[in-house]
Design a protein around this ligand. Structure first.
Ligand code: PAP
Length: 327
């Protein structure tokens, strides 16, 4: 593929002279998709690093901002939908006008570094001014995100997912948007990069640890959630999210079935069946339907060998030692 055919986040054509200098001083590597460098402990393709730096330098936080954070393929789309549905619930009595019916969750809640600050070093944020709080998202680790949030009393929700499921989900997603067949050889090379930690936004253990520690140090500002818990106890987890976001359910809402309505609106079956998600594309030309697949816990068992399972488990156990975090 030529540079122009690659998605913008994977390209290297948007880099300032200053960032080029920085890149030359950073650890570097490459994978099948492009060149990577390690900035503040996390691996980025070059254009994405430029976007991270644009964000850190130029973002003007507001006190009520909320950021939804995750490692890729951990259920970001779901978390975005649930958060929008929670925060917008009083405005949309008429279900036909709900924003989730006319746009994909990624269109409603943009990523700082793979959307806003990738397109421009000073994106126009005026469209957010009427909505308070503003909702943003990111795949950056916490320490990098915090630099852009300066000292504002941000609220951050992190969604963590089992590493093996996140890997399988990424494999499918990559094959789909690159229009490749879902080849085992691609999984095998992705598996090796994943285990070495060298891969877009990796290593996953440092990523999750940054938010885990942040949530322990600062529980009012950082909420640590798990994809698996959202699946097994959706009502309890949605209420937990609502409380953290400052919009807890009232008794009347609970009695009227509002919790269940939001879960149904945001279910994989419902979202993936909406016209906008069946036919639409993101600004980077990714089909909206690529964000919805099986949504199961433990799907990795269908693809990873016992040897692969043991290798990932051992690495993660070792890396998380002494932290109380397991995933
Ligand atoms: P992103 O990192 O590119 O934003 P993200 O939304 O985090 O992707 O992850 C996609 C995964 O979430 C897919 O998992 P799978 O490949 O194992 O199936 C997708 O199916 C799952 N997902 C998307 N929407 C939902 C939902 N509403 N409920 C449950 N899982 C969902």
């Amino acid at each position: 593929m030529t540079q122009n055919e690659l998605p913008m986040n994977l390209r290297e054509d948007n880099i300032s002279e200053e960032t080029k200098k920085l890149i030359s001083s950073l650890p570097s590597d490459k994978d099948a998709q492009g060149k990577l460098c390690k900035y503040q402990g996390c691996w980025y393709y070059y254009n994405t690093l430029q976007a991270v730096i644009n964000f850190q330098e130029n973002f003007q936080p507001q006190n009520t901002d909320i950021v939804l954070a995750s490692f890729p393929k951990s259920g970001t789309t779901w978390l975005k939908a649930l958060s929008v549905a929670l925060l917008e619930r009083s405005k949309h009595d008429d279900p036909l006008t709900h924003p989730l019916l006319s746009d994909n969750p990624h269109g409603i809640v943009p990523f700082f570094e793979i959307d806003m600050y990738l397109k421009s070093s000073t994106p126009d944020l005026t469209k957010f001014s009427s909505s308070s709080p503003r909702l943003f998202s990111t795949h950056m680790p916490l320490h990098t995100l915090k630099e852009g949030l300066k000292d504002s009393p941000f609220k951050i929700v992190y969604l963590c997912r089992n590493a093996k499921d996140a890997l399988i989900s990424r494999w499918y997603f990559r094959c789909k948007y690159q229009k490749n067949e879902v080849a085992r050889s691609i999984l095998e090379s992705m598996f090796e990069s994943f285990c070495s930690g060298v891969g877009f936004y990796g290593p996953i253990w440092d990523h999750a640890l940054s938010y885990w520690r942040g949530s322990l140090e600062n529980p009012k500002n950082v909420l640590f959630m798990r994809y698996e818990e959202l699946k097994t106890e959706p009502c309890a987890q949605l209420k937990r999210l609502a409380e953290f976001l400052g919009c807890p359910f009232t008794k009347e809402e609970e009695e009227s079935g509002m919790v269940e309505k939001i879960l149904e609106l945001c279910s994989l079956d419902n979202l993936s069946g909406l016209e906008v998600n069946k036919t639409g594309k993101t600004w980077m030309n990714v089909d909206h339907n690529s964000y919805f697949r099986k949504g199961e816990v433990g799907d990795w068992k269908n693809y990873l060998t016992l040897e692969m399972e043991n290798k990932i488990d051992m690495i993660i156990e070792e890396k998380l030692k002494g932290s109380d975090l397991k995933f």
